[in-house]
Design a binder for this molecule. Structure first.
Ligand code: GDP
Length: 314
């Protein structure tokens, strides 16, 4: 049975429209109607983060559509966040590449897409802003193919499906000349082309910690994809380290992602992306959370250090 979950990262050069696109998809999924955060732009929550003291460099959003949960994880485009991008790529099963229909791929498109290609992820390409007078969507299609070739895409990656549209006006089509209707063609492509996560609902709880966030009330929150079983408040979890150390703890809270930053959740089942607060002070990225002490820790995933180091002038 394949899971009705899709986990994907969104990649775009700044201003190419990823915030607007995610907002449109949220609306197509009806999230805003159920959510009091109606007026807020979902992924643009930096101010809110500062205000609440949470640090979420990679922001996650969940869209519910036709019985599917589509988790979209934002990726920072700047080379300073190379390690961050790698972590995101390890949580997802495909990427949504958003490219401006007049400017074509730019530096940040290339930087993040390279990481996705290296991780073996398949892209769906969205040529955005085709409503603009200077848009040349078919030229941009060719530029994206050139970029994929240049980044050593394999055959499957190179055969990426394309969608053309306007995030601002809320339509996407399979071809630029098709009738301009709604976001359904893009949502369908996501369901069809992004593989379902490989995760066993019957197995004991297992999660690779891919990011650490901070919550003022419950402290460190371990974020990652649930690779097996499920997790909820009150469960006992074990932090398993490669060196054999095991730390037992109780889940105080789980977080899921919706329109705005993090929200409390009922828990999370196999294949989903979740934040787990279990009062484990020293849990780190790359480590394993498991439902029992007998499970094997996942191989520690080494993540490259940031590609650009901080420079201070004296
Ligand atoms: P981000 O930096 O990739 O998140 O880009 P935003 O979503 O913030 O969009 C940047 C600017 O482009 C904003 O002024 C948007 O209103 C505008 N924009 C986004 N999508 C479209 C589109 O499809 N058509 C047009 N004309 N403008 C768009």
């Amino acid at each position: 049975m394949s899971l009705k979950i899709r986990n994907l990262a969104i990649i775009a050069h700044v201003d190419h429209g990823k915030t607007t696109l995610v907002d449109q998809l949220l609306q197509a999924g009806g999230t805003y109607r159920d959510n009091q955060a109606q007026q807020e732009r979902a992924m643009d929550s930096m101010d809110l983060e500062k205000e609440k003291g949470i640090t979420i460099k990679a922001k996650n959003t969940s869209i519910h559509w036709e019985g599917y949960t589509i988790n979209i994880v934002d990726t920072p485009g700047h080379a300073d966040f190379g390690a961050e991008v790698e972590r995101v790529m390890k949580m997802v099963d495909g990427v949504l590449l958003v490219v401006d229909a007049s400017g074509g791929p730019q530096a940040q498109t290339r930087f993040v897409l390279r990481k996705a290609m290296q991780e073996g992820l398949k892209p769906i390409v969205v040529v955005n802003k085709i409503d603009r007078p200077l848009a040349t969507p078919l030229k941009v299609h060719d530029q994206v193919l050139e970029l994929l070739l240049d980044l050593d895409a394999d055959e499957e990656q190179f055969n990426a499906p394309f969608c053309y549209g306007s995030a601002r006006d809320g339509y996407f089509m399979d071809h630029p000349d098709d009738e301009r209707k709604d976001c359904v063609p893009l949502l369908k492509k996501i369901i069809e082309h992004i593989p379902a996560p490989k995760a066993d609902p019957e197995a004991p709880f297992l999660m690779l910690v891919s990011n650490i966030e901070w919550d003022d009330y419950v402290g460190r929150v371990a974020v990652g994809k649930v690779l097996g079983g499920s997790v909820k408040k009150g469960d006992t979890v074990w932090l398993l380290r490669e060196d054999g150390t095991k730390t037992q703890s109780k889940v105080m809270k789980t977080f899921s992602y919706s329109g705005l930053a993090t929200t409390d959740s009922e828990g999370c089942s196999a294949g989903g992306i979740v934040g787990v607060a279990a009062g484990i002070e020293n849990v780190n990225i790359g480590e394993t959370l498991a439902g029992s002490a007998d499970q094997e820790p996942l191989p520690f995933v080494a993540i490259d250090p940031p590609t650009v180091s901080m420079q201070f002038s004296i």
